[in-house]
Each structure stands twice: as C-alpha cells, then as structure tokens.
Design a protein around this ligand. Structure first.
Ligand code: 13P
Ligand code: SF4
Length: 303
C-alpha cells in the first residue's frame, strides 16, 4: 500500500481511538512524519505523563512504552512491535542489581531510562542522557552513585560531578561500536566539520567531539551551528529532523553502522494493525509499577 494511504489510515484510526502517536527520533522517516509528539527519551516521557488521550501508541522500543505505562497507568499503551527491544536495557537483571547494591551499600542507584521496569523499580531515581548530570548532582545526601546500565553515560557524567560514580558495564551497541578510527576517517573526508556525539559513545570518541549531548541536544546544536557540514556520532534517524530544520546543511554519520536495528523494526503497517486491533498492550504489574513510577517521577520533577 502507498505510504500516504497508510499514513492517512493511521491518522484516522488515531482520531477514532482518542489516541496519540509518540515517536522517537530514531524511528523511520515515514513514521516521524505523522507523529503527534516527536522527541528524545526525556521529552517523550514527559508527554506520556501528561497527555489526555486514552491510548498512547509508542513508536520506539520496549522500555519506552513500558515507561509510558508506568507513568500513565490509566491509559492503554500500545507497542506496535513487541520484538522492538533495546540490547542496552537487557544488560542488567534485577538479581545483578541486588548483588551490586550489596557490594556498594552506600551508593544511590541512578538508572538510565533505557532499562526495564523491574530495574527502574529497584533504583532510587532515573535519568536520561539529557539530564544525567543534573540528576546525579541533585542527590545531595549520596557521595557514591551506581549508574546503570550504560557505562559510557556513567563515565561521561563522572566528568561533571564530585561524587564517586560507579559505572555498570552495559553499552548501546549502536553508539559503543563507533570507534575513534571511524571519526578520524570521517573528519579527514570533511575537514573543518564539527563532530557532535551522544554520551552513549565511548570516552575516546567523546574526547574527539566538538559537542556532546542527548539526541535533542545534538539536533539543537545542528540547527544553531554555522557549519555547513556536521559529523554525527549518534543514530542516523536524527537526520530527518535536522534536514527539515536546515535543508541547506549536510549531515554525515561518522560511520556506516549508526542505525539502530530495533528502532527501525516498526513499520506503518505495524502501527495501523496495532491500532486497528488494539493489540500489543504493554502492562506492568502494580508491584513493579509503583516503585518504578517513584524513580521516574523523581526524575521528572527535576525537568
Ligand atoms: P535519548 O533519546 O535520551 O538521546 O536516548 C538515546 C537512545 O539511545 C534511545 O534509545
Ligand atoms: Fe537501545 Fe542503542 Fe537502540 Fe537506543 S540506539 S534503543 S540504546 S540499542
């Protein structure tokens, strides 16, 4: 079926179901084009908490839809592809977290939102890449912070706080496998182009960056920069928004491997089918939802 026909069908179903379509910047272009809300993890979390729609369709990965179900339990949250997971979120289990708490009894636990509901439930507070430094520094009473599951974000945050940061050893395969050699090669092909990177990239890569920020931060940087060419150390889906804001600029992924496989799984057909059949409802048990909401609310209160 034609893209425009599917898009119209989805918009009609959204109206009929009193639903909104929330879309992450890493999703396919034709899905970003019909979003009610397009954003990074923090913005989408805030919107999921305050929308008045009865149904939230989440074009993103599993932990994002789960977060929406945690903060808005009275809403129906649909994830069009149940297999759209996040390998980073799967890098820590509740048992491993319990063990780490035993090993670091004085540490506060800050969990990146890229984590499962059960991990959020076992955390003191959540963070996103947009607010990690603010969240860590808000924990006045804690001198030690166990940051899970992304080690790169933890090491990056450590540079902006006096607290002792204990990084977990998880990573996002999309950002972590971008190497300094990739960046050197791309910079050589585009001399003078600034390099903007996401804090999920490894430290050696971040040290080469002219700007480090969350997905939305990088998009803002790209719009404001006077440069005509910008090299990107983040998932390539951001280029859709960047091109819209600055059609005359060129955006260059720093490697050919910056597409998140699971973010790209969702298609327009998946969204249409989920809405038509009201299927793939994401549910979180109250036992996990309540403490997970506490950790998310504590973060949202700082936003
Ligand atoms: P942000 O949207 O917070 O930048 O997160 C990046 C990411 O990897 C989402 O899965
Ligand atoms: Fe997970 Fe990385 Fe994909 Fe984000 S980009 S969903 S952190 S694998």
């Amino acid at each position: 079926m034609e893209i425009a026909t599917l898009q119209n069908e989805i918009r009609k179903l959204l109206r009929e179901r009193n639903a909104i379509l929330i879309v992450h910047y890493y999703e396919r272009e034709e899905i970003q084009a019909i979003a009610d809300i397009l954003g990074d993890s923090l913005a989408l979390n805030i919107e999921a908490a305050r929308t008045e729609a009865e149904v939230i369709v989440f074009a993103g990965v599993h932990f994002m839809a789960e977060s929406a179900a945690i903060v808005s339990p009275e809403k129906t949250v649909l994830l069009p592809r149940l297999d759209a997971g996040c390998p980073l979120a799967d890098r820590i289990t509740p048992d491993q977290l319990a063990q780490a708490r035993k090993e670091h009894p004085d540490a506060a636990v800050v969990s990146y939102v890229n984590s499962t509901a059960a991990i959020k439930a076992g955390s003191d507070i959540c963070c996103t890449s947009a607010n990690a430094v603010k969240v860590v520094n808000s924990l006045m009473e804690a001198q030690e912070i166990l940051m899970i599951p992304d080690g790169n974000l933890a090491r990056y945050t450590a540079g902006f706080t006096d607290k002792k940061i204990i990084p977990w050893n998880g990573y996002c395969p999309v950002h972590h496998f971008l190497t300094p050699e990739d960046v050197v090669r791309t910079k050589a092909l585009h001399p003078g182009a600034p390099f903007a990177a996401h804090p999920e990239c490894r430290t050696e890569v971040l040290m080469m960056a002219d700007f480090v920020g969350s997905t939305a931060g990088i998009i803002r940087f790209a719009a404001k920069s006077p440069a005509r060419e910008i090299i990107l150390g983040t998932e390539e889906g951001v280029i859709v928004k960047m091109k819209k804001e600055s059609p005359d600029k060129t955006f260059i992924p720093a490697s050919g491997n910056l597409a998140c496989r699971t973010m790209k799984l969702t298609t327009l057909e998946d969204i249409r089918d989920a809405l038509r059949e009201m299927k793939n409802v994401i549910r979180v048990t109250e036992e996990i939802r309540v403490p997970a909401k506490r950790a998310l609310d504590r973060m949202l209160a700082l936003s």
